[in-house]
Design a protein around this ligand. Structure first.
Ligand code: GDP
Ligand code: PGA
Ligand code: MN
Length: 616
């Protein structure tokens, strides 16, 4: 911790002396240091056992944070409502505290590390008073991988412990390996920032109005304060596996990306692996578990949010999902849109946050069923009926559920080496301009597509919803360094390796609208038609047509057999509208100018070529 900035009060830790003491000197020293600073009432090291889960969830029920759901409907599952102000990632409170400001780049908030440490050390001082401090040893990716990616989260939130237990591999086995190998780990400190004075009653969802989500990239360290929400508090996820890991990837020659991973098998039994980057709440979880509507094709899931990709000995790009659970957007998830997610949560062992509670001890949200139940308790704890004006569930309400329960989990999920990726899809939420599917000519053009990716903002982050912004590779809030350097890293990945073995890149948009605001493309299961097209393009089985923006399906190349969409509507979904694209150019230009010298010159060349083709 901040050894260079502050000295801590010498506090007596005698009441904490019963806590486990690690043989890993650095880990134990850090735990002692955090305890001395935050002054918790007790310390618990997380073992990851079923007994511990029962104890923890019982305590959460007792505290009023959790409501146990009916065992016959959702076994071992819990409903939870957050503070209404603590419902999403807080991008304006998220910082990359690199030593040099330039290394954070123009897309991140920055503060000098020493200054941030001083400020947050004051916030952490006594912040765990009256609470239990939990120490969670975790590993992102497989414990048996060649270089296990360890972390230890210290938190004063039992909700975070329960959620981390679902989302990452945690506990005794992980700690044993850290200790046995003397491995280094990412220290990840989290406090809800709501100390309890003696006799003070707790609230179901403690949090603070002051929030900081901070990454120290050079030290590979995370400090989070004030929020209990997933992306802000489950520090193995976005903070480690994307922000810190992207910096590790830059330094070590690999990629940490905001991508789902799926396995697609054709009727002939040919297997392809696809990774896809869509911004938060733009369809990753849904596509990862999609049920194809086309005969004979199957999809299996490997990951729904994060992919770590390294070049293998054969020159191909191999992806692993570092997570152990699914943290999915609840609204819109139903038997007709994402049946596999419904089957996953039906097995229980899940936490549901900010959804509605039914009178018979189950959960409900908008889009789960066509008709809403006659009466619910909404996410704010109020009576709700279909006549109510507000939604029953927060738009960013979530299910947190073990990925192992996914009925279509691919067996390769357990392979620490991952799977070789054949295609990368970039996609966003755009009402106009972006066609259903466009193919990049090569890796550089694919990097240009990713670098200029745009999407309408969603409820997954606080702030306005529906505003178009550039979201490069769906990583805008997650690149742990200068985004210009990140684009260079993408370009160099193919340059330093054999590009011919790299995945083909496609740009998709499920969210284009007609004049009346309706979706032009039915999406969900029908997206399998686009997956099939992608595979058939890779295999050279179907034709594409050159357009100014890239290759689009030739007539008949996209399988529309049995698709309930008129030819006119389909044409609109696929159309490349030169005028709409011309209007896009100044925005891309402005976006690129942000990066000054750091923008790879080849991306300017791509933009110039695009302009020229649009003018031709
Ligand atoms: P993630 O945060 O990227 O994993 O996004 P999700 O898969 O959880 O989806 C976010 C929201 O987009 C949910 O409300 C989904 O129902 C909706 N969604 C996902 N896929 C599609 C699609 O193909 N078409 C439409 N119209 N909506 C979709
Ligand atoms: P997602 O991320 O919306 O990409 O699933 C979860 C989060 O923002 O915490
Ligand atoms: Mn998701």
């Amino acid at each position: 911790m901040a050894a260079d900035t502050t000295t801590y009060d010498p506090v007596t830790t005698s009441d904490l002396s019963s806590a486990y003491r690690s043989t890993h000197a650095e880990l134990q020293a850090w735990v002692d240091e955090v305890a001395a600073l935050t002054k918790p009432a007790s310390i618990t090291w997380i073992e990851g056992t079923p007994e511990e889960w029962v104890r923890l969830t019982d305590e959460l029920v007792e505290a009023g944070t959790f409501v146990r759901l009916d065992e016959t409907k959702k076994p071992n599952s819990f409903w939870c409502a957050s503070d209404p102000t603590d419902v999403a990632r807080v991008e304006d409170r998220t910082f990359i505290c690199s030593v040099d400001e330039t290394d954070a780049g123009p897309t991140n908030n920055w503060m000098a590390p020493a200054e941030m440490k001083k400020l947050m050390t004051e916030l952490y001082d006594g912040s765990m008073r009256g609470r239990t401090m939990y120490v969670i040893p975790f590993v992102m990716g497989h414990l048996d991988s060649a270089h296990p990616m360890f972390g230890v989260e210290i938190t004063d939130s039992a909700y975070v412990v329960a959620s981390m237990t679902v989302m990452a591999r945690v506990g005794r086995q992980v700690l044993d390996k850290i200790e046995a190998t003397g491995a280094s780990f990412v220290p990840a400190l989290h406090s809800v920032g709501a100390p309890l004075e003696p006799g003070q009653a707790d609230v179901p969802w403690p949090c603070s109005d002051t929030k900081y989500i901070v990454q120290f990239p050079e030290e590979r360290m995370i400090w989070s304060f004030g929020s209990g929400y997933g992306g802000n508090a489950l520090l193995g996820k976005k903070c480690y596996s994307l922000r810190i890991a992207s910096v590790m990837g830059r330094d070590e020659g690999w990629l940490a990306e905001h991508m789902l991973i799926l396995k697609l098998t054709s009727p002939e039994g040919d297997v392809k692996y696809v990774a896809a980057a869509f911004p938060s709440a733009c369809g990753k979880t849904n596509l990862a578990m999609v049920e194809p509507t086309i005969e004979g094709w199957t999809v299996e899931t490997l990951g729904d949010d994060i992919a770590w990709m390294r070049v293998g000995a054969d020159g191909r790009l191999y992806a692993v999902n570092p997570e152990f659970g699914l943290f999915g957007v609840a609204p819109g998830t139903g038997w007709d849109t994402n049946a596999n997610a419904m089957r996953t949560i039906a097995q229980g062992n899940s936490v549901f946050t900010n959804v509605a509670l039914t009178d018979d001890g189950d959960i409900w949200w908008e889009g789960m069923t066509e008709d809403a139940p006659a009466h619910l308790t909404d996410w704010k704890g109020r009576d709700w009926t279909p006549e109510s004006e507000e939604l029953s569930s927060h738009p960013n309400s979530r299910f947190c559920t073990p990925i192992r329960q996914c009925p279509i989990l691919a067996p390769e999920y357990d392979d620490p080496n991952g799977v070789p990726i054949d295609a990368i899809l970039f996609g966003g939420r755009r009402k106009t301009t972006i066609p259903l599917v466009t193919e990049a000519r090569d890796w550089t053009h694919g990097t240009f597509m990713g670098a200029t990716l745009s999407s309408e903002t969603t409820a997954a982050a606080t702030g306005a919803v529906g505003v178009v912004r550039r979201d490069p590779m769906a990583m805008l809030p997650f690149i742990g360094y200068d985004a210009g350097d990140y684009f260079s890293h993408w370009i160099s990945m193919a340059k330093n390796n054999d590009e011919s073995k790299f995945p083909k890149v496609f740009y998709v948009n499920w969210f284009r609208r007609d004049e009346d605001g309706g979706f032009l493309w039915p999406g969900f299961g029908e997206n399998s038609r686009v997956l099939k097209y992608v595979v058939e393009r890779i295999e050279g089985k179907v034709d594409a047509v050159e357009t100014p923006i890239g290759l689009v399906p030739a007539a008949g190349a996209l399988d529309t057999d049995g698709l309930d969409v008129s030819d006119e509507q389909l044409a609109k979904a696929l159309a490349v509208d030169v005028d709409e694209w011309k209007a896009e150019i100044p925005q891309i230009n402005e976006w690129f100018e942000k990066f000054g010298d750091k923008l790879p010159a080849v991306l300017w060349t791509e933009l110039d070529a695009l302009k020229a083709r649009l003018e031709a």
